[in-house]
Design a protein around this ligand. Structure first.
Ligand code: GLU
Length: 389
């Protein structure tokens, strides 16, 4: 009997990973498909990170580690939180997991009850609402617009909070829009949250090194210190250090929450991969200077994409402030295609995998990742242009 749980039937599979799997399948069949569907830097993982992974293998670091991560990695992650995000925490307030996604999953599953509400600004990253629904809680959509910089306002937040609100999910720079909250706006959101002690904040800062504007990265645990014991900040090495396959995410928050997440993790994956943890120590504690060069290369690609997309009739995109995605509006093309899924299929037929906006709680458009090689990106944009003209 094919029986799935009620919890599983509440959610859909990840549409970012589904499209990426589909692109891989088509390629395996010999089709020429360029994938701009997944957010994954094309750069080679830095050599010192690879060397650390090899050394861990040779040294026999092939056994279980502590569930919440090795002492070395929790310390290196604490260094990362302090140096890169301005959040000073002891290693005991850090947990390492198999990707930031697992940290988010564990944090929400460890704290949500049926009937609880979670505020999720949209367009959102595909997995946020699914994890909330899997936990049996209710997604409260806080819609944002391109005109409003894809950011929620303090008034919008205040109006959405109820006695059942448990979490606000913030993602800055954001996937899929690149929206980046300035310090003053985070402080204003923080003021609202201080009036509602039942609400925690999950701040997903995985794209913090990928900000293209001036000024330092702002994060709510720093901008609103009075909230610090109600904030879980999530980060990792996947996007910053081109280490998606290593599956290492890190999170820091109040000790009770970190312990609750570790309790759950002790029954899911147990510790994250020992080799990957050694590699992540090298990523956080090793040289960081190349990140500036990578960011500049992403910025050049962003500008190339924005110009090319806005030159295609029917498509428009604002300039994303961070991350490596363009959220593209294709509303004028909906008469021709019907919906954004049909548009995504058409583009796939023409050799480019993208993700429809509806996957992110948006509509009438699609997301591309510009974390692809320059020549590949140029060819993908040429194909999109040819397919839609
Ligand atoms: N976060 C990336 C994306 O949105 C990787 C795939 C995923 O986990 O969703 O494309």
């Amino acid at each position: 009997m094919n029986h799935v749980s009620t919890a599983l039937s509440r959610i859909a599979a990840s549409r970012t990973t589904a499209m990426t799997d589909r692109a891989m399948e088509l390629r395996a069949e010999g089709r020429d498909i360029i994938s701009l569907s997944v957010g994954e830097p094309d750069f080679a993982t830095p050599p010192h990170v690879i060397a650390a992974a090899k050394q861990a293998l040779d040294a026999g670091d092939t056994r279980y580690t502590a569930v919440a991560g090795t002492a070395a990695l929790r310390e290196a992650a604490a260094l990362h939180f302090r140096r890169d995000l301005g959040i000073a925490v002891p290693p005991s307030q850090v947990i390492v997991s198999a990707g930031g996604k697992q940290s988010i999953f564990h944090a929400l599953l460890a704290t949500l009850d049926p009937g609880d509400e979670v505020l999720v600004p949209s367009p959102w990253w595909v997995s946020y609402p699914e994890i909330v629904r899997f936990a049996g809680a209710t997604v409260v959509d806080l819609p944002t617009t391109a005109e409003g910089g894809f950011r929620i306002t303090a008034a919008q937040l205040e109006a959405a909070i109820t006695p059942r609100t448990r979490w606000l999910l913030l993602n800055s720079p954001g996937n899929p829009t690149g929206a980046t909250y300035p310090a003053a706006e985070l402080a204003a959101l923080g003021e609202v949250l201080l009036r509602h002690p039942q609400v925690m904040v999950l701040s997903d800062d995985i794209y913090a090194p990928l900000r293209y504007g001036a000024g330092a990265h702002a994060t709510i645990a720093v901008e609103c210190p009075a909230l610090a014991d109600r904030v879980l900040t999530v980060s990792g090495v996947s996007k910053s250090h081109a280490m998606t396959g290593f599956r290492i995410g890190v999170a820091t928050g109040p000790e009770w929450l970190v312990k609750a997440m570790a309790k759950l993790q002790s029954h899911t994956s147990g510790n994250p991969c020992s080799i990957s943890q050694a590699a992540a120590v090298a990523a956080f504690a090793g040289p960081q200077d190349f990140l500036l060069d990578w960011r500049e290369r992403f910025r050049i690609r962003r500008d190339l994409c924005v110009a090319a997309i806005n030159a295609i009739p029917g498509l428009s995109t604002p300039v994303p402030d961070g991350a490596f995605y363009c959220m593209i509006d294709a509303a004028p093309l909906m008469d021709r295609f019907g919906d954004d899924e049909a548009l995504a299929l058409h583009l796939l037929e023409q050799g480019v995998a993208i993700v429809a906006a509806s996957a992110f709680g948006g509509r009438h458009g699609f997301r591309i990742s510009f974390a692809a090689d320059d020549a590949v990106l140029a060819e993908a944009l040429r194909r999109i242009d040819a397919a839609l003209r």
